[in-house]
Design a protein around this ligand. Structure first.
Ligand code: F0G
Length: 458
């Protein structure tokens, strides 16, 4: 018999979280205008709003906090991080930033011009935002299978090569500054990209002499899926796979709040000295001097250690399999989820879960609120509320998928927490047919409305 996996760590410090009653939660969520972003965290029992910056650091990372070098220029913490980034990614040039979107801001200021197009696989919101802010267009080339939650496909983050080729055949080359590949693909459900697909994308980029940039927030989780699912990679180490994946590209942006295992931080890493030199100007303007770029010395030390830990198999196995465990339980109950289960989150399919709630009444938002009311669990709507209105017609944009994301923070919750979450969802699923109405929006911002919108119960 094969032994089950278990967490390759034990707990040294704990943080209390608050239980509450259904009555309390009903009152609190009403006071928060039915927007989960408006809840203070003490009113949440299990917080699955995001896996970004919400994980636990190790004792060795906390050790790095104590020995951090806060020199303005050339700190030893910076040099340690630079060396680790080179060791793990292979990229020579390195610029720290305060988080992922800051890396996008710096790099895209260097590379993206008005009228450009940037092909990729379901660009993350901030990535798309930084492209559109520069009056350029993000073109989604993800495979069609990604948009049907019931199709099982090992690599639903993959780029459709025909769609990508079409972009290169349609637009003049000087309008395509780079191709961006998000590993894993958050917007399609934390779905991985295969190394074969990376190679094919890279081949096209080389043919057209266009850089390939990775949005690498969850690059280690992506490597875990390659090891588990791709032929020829089962005996390679995670670090070998990571190195090979990055070897097919020209650079990366990183939100270190995910697979860097830190609470804040990010960076850019590149092969090109020319692009690096141009980007340093924007780093200094927006982030700080090039040897700290918005990060404390101590945080750069903790990140160096975090990158090393996040690319170890035992850690990744417990991390990804914990998410899969929750997902499998939900599938057993019949709860509709994006399949296969992604690396960092379980995505509930609200179109199938609560079809009885009209779409115009924000059914995914209604489901997210119900999960909070029943169990004190905070997820996030990824559906019509998030999609905002059409900028011209001001009508709601209805995306293909109405999802509720339950993102699992790294090394933070236990198996019992997963059991609890599954039990709450089973309970809601059993009574789903009683759900007939949702919400209307009574106040909203012109863009990014999901953070601050106020809702009324219908
Ligand atoms: N790229 C991806 C794939 C992301 O998931 C995120 C953040 C970013 C870039 C931006 O990084 O937050 O450090 O500025 N995702 C978070 C989430 C916010 O909840 O999924 P950041």
């Amino acid at each position: 018999m094969e032994l089950p996996y278990a967490e390759p760590y034990k707990i040294k410090m704990v943080e209390s979280i608050n239980r509450s009653t259904r009555e309390q939660r009903l009152k609190w969520i009403k006071e928060a205008n039915y927007n989960l972003f408006n809840l203070s965290s003490d009113k949440v029992f299990i917080d699955l709003l995001t896996d970004s910056g919400t994980g636990s650091m190790s004792d060795k990372q906390w050790g790095e906090i104590m020995v951090g070098d806060e020199s303005y220029a050339g700190s030893s913490s910076f040099l340690k991080l630079k060396k680790t980034v080179k060791k793990i990614t292979g990229f020579t040039y390195f610029l720290p930033t305060h988080q992922g979107r800051a890396a996008e801001n710096v790099l895209f200021s260097t590379l993206v011009k008005e009228g450009d197009v940037v092909p990729g696989n379901s660009h993350f919101d901030t990535t798309k935002g930084h492209i559109e802010f520069r009056k350029a267009t993000a073109i989604d080339c993800t495979i069609d299978e990604a948009f049907d939650t019931s199709i099982i496909h090992d690599f639903k983050g993959n780029v459709d090569i025909q769609k990508l080729k079409k972009v290169f055949e349609t637009y003049p080359l000087e309008k395509i500054p780079f191709v961006i590949l998000t590993i894993t693909c958050n917007s399609s459900g934390g779905q991985p990209v295969s190394i074969e697909n990376v190679r094919e994308v890279s081949k096209i980029c080389k043919k057209y002499k266009t850089p390939l940039i990775f949005d690498s927030a969850r690059f280690a989780e992506n490597a875990y899926f390659i090891k588990k699912r791709e032929k020829g990679y089962e005996n390679k180490t995670i670090k070998e796979i990571v190195k090979e994946v990055f070897s097919y590209g020209d650079g990366m942006t990183m939100s270190a709040k995910k697979d860097g295992l830190v609470n804040m931080g990010g960076f850019i890493a590149l092969n090109s000295e020319k692009i690096f030199k141009q980007a340093t100007v924007y780093t200094i303007m927006f982030e700080g001097f090039i040897t700290y770029g918005g990060m404390n010395g101590r945080d750069m030390g903790a990140l160096a250690q975090g990158l090393d830990e996040a690319t170890e198999f035992d850690y990744l196995e417990s991390r990804v399999e914990q998410v899969a465990y929750l997902g499998k339980k939900l599938v057993e109950y019949g709860v509709p989820v994006q399949q296969p289960i992604g690396g960092h989150a379980v995505f509930l399919d609200a179109n199938k879960f609560v079809p009885t709630i009209p779409r115009e009444e924000y059914r995914a938002q209604a489901l997210a609120i119900e999960i909070y009311v029943v169990g004190g669990i905070r997820g996030v709507e990824i559906g019509t509320v998030l999609a905002d209105r059409d900028p011209v017609t001001r009508e709601n944009r209805y995306p293909d998928l109405e999802l509720v994301r339950l993102a699992i923070p790294r090394r933070t919750y236990t198996h019992n927490h997963m059991e609890y979450i599954a039990a709450v969802l089973e309970k809601i699923y059993d009574t789903r047919k009683e759900a007939k109405s949702g919400f209307e929006i009574i106040d909203e911002a012109p863009i990014m409305r999901h953070f601050t919108a106020k809702f009324r119960k219908i």
